[in-house]
Design a protein around this ligand. Sequence first.
Ligand code: PDD
Length: 286
Amino acid sequence: MSSICYLDGEFLPLAEARVSPLDRGFLFGDGAYEVIPVYSGRPFRLDEHLVRLGNTLAALKLPDPHAFDEWRRIVREVATRNPWSDQSIYLQVSRGPDETRNHAFPKVTRPTVFLMSEELLTPSAAQRAEGVGAISAADFRWLRCDLKTVSLLANCLLKQKAVEAGCMETILLRDGFLTEGASSSIFIVRNGMLLAPPKSHLMLPGITYDVILELAQEHAMPHEVREILEDELRSADEIWMSSSTKEILPITRLDDRPVGDGRPGPFAQRMYACYQDFKNTVMRGE
Ligand code: PDD
């Protein structure tokens, strides 16, 4: 189905959108992005996504092309103009086109703003019931993984390794510690305790990660935010991945070995139920 996108002030069919080959997003991967889930036509955690976008733009020294309320209006309008009830909205701001290819920033920056929407297809009931497989790999990304930039080549290479191994995700380890997944946050459960790695320059501050920790707090589920050792990952009772599009998904095989008893664990099932309840409450505007 053809979708409607937003490009530099205009709403138009995605197939008709055009960007200059001299755009720095294309030449240098010079830009910021967000992926915002929409449920029943309403963006979920929109303000949190826009705050993170603002943080990325500030760190990239890329002038924010829109005020907060304008961003809200644009995202909502993209959602309204597309046909699906549940959507995944992709938002990108690049440093825009220059006259030549030059690493240094243009004298005058004209950011390119692009948003598109796809139907949001969260993991199937079968995937949730069975869990998915993951591999592990050394995290060889740069040292600003806290920024949501479109320079994702390392993440793409790492994700492709998982796909080639017939798995859903690559879990990344740096200096013997868990950081995150190639495109998700990672949680583990050990001895009835939910563990999450602390936010730092080595991982993206996930919006779903925050929701999960808020829910753990609200429902008095034992949890701790602290560094997670490789050994603790490998001997975990449960491992989950989380993101705006995958929500909460149990990982039941790591490097071809079962995680715990090889079935999704009770903690993941409880958190998934809390997450769905929370989502439904927020979307009904309660
Ligand atoms: N990725 N870590 C990485 C490296 C990610 O790419 C993502 C999400 C997350 C989870 O963040 P959030 O809960 O805010 O979605 C963590 C998105 C969905 C993507 O690039 O498509």
